[in-house]
Design a protein. Structure first.
Length: 190
């Protein structure tokens, strides 16, 4: 089974590249945002728990998100693998994910980290904001703060996966097709 963590700062193109990897390798995309919305829409126990936190403006606890991931893995036992997008965000989350996947004998195959220059990230997000209407993609100071939070809180994951020999830095500059090609080459080496 091929399990990938798709990693990168806001605006790196994770969603777009996840679509390309899904098509190329027949993987299932696990976006934590989609999982949360899906579980809440179904009214599951985990979805209801998540809703109580979200309604208060709080982060959903890791154990709830891990529970949702576990459910998704069980629903897709015949899958060729998964792309984890938006999770893990911290070393603690990565350890919890490793524990869950190792129970099933399907560990993370690799972390694909999209590396994009800061100004390019800002430009991409501002451009996306014009199309999507997302307020957080239209204000450069908010975008810069999101990038800074990523650098401070999420970057330690790179070291975590490097120690396991599973980190692969991918040049995230260029066209969608060029980046997709680099990602595919990295995955084929796993």
């Amino acid at each position: 089974m091929l399990n990938l963590v798709l990693f990168g700062p806001p605006g790196a193109g994770k969603g777009t590249q996840a679509e390309c990897l899904m098509k190329s390798f027949g993987l299932i995309h696990l976006s934590t945002g989609d999982l949360l919305r899906g579980e809440m829409a179904k009214g599951t126990e985990l979805g209801n728990k998540a809703k109580t936190y979200m309604d208060k403006g709080e982060l959903v606890p890791d154990e709830v998100v891990i529970g949702m991931i576990k459910n998704k893995l069980e629903e897709n036992k015949a899958a060729k693998g998964f792309i984890f997008d938006g999770f893990p965000r911290t070393v603690e989350q990565a350890k919890a994910l490793d524990s869950l996947l190792n129970e099933n004998g399907t560990p993370i195959s690799g972390m694909l980290s999209l590396e994009v220059e800061k100004q390019e990230l800002i430009d991409r997000l501002l451009s996306r904001g014009k199309i999507s209407g997302r307020a957080d993609d239209q204000d450069q100071s908010i975008i810069e703060n999101r990038i800074n939070v990523y650098n401070e809180k999420t970057m330690p994951l790179i070291e975590y996966y490097k120690k396991q020999g599973k980190h692969f830095g991918i040049d995230g500059m260029g066209s969608i097709e060029e980046i997709a090609g680099r990602l595919e080459k990295a995955v084929e080496k796993l």
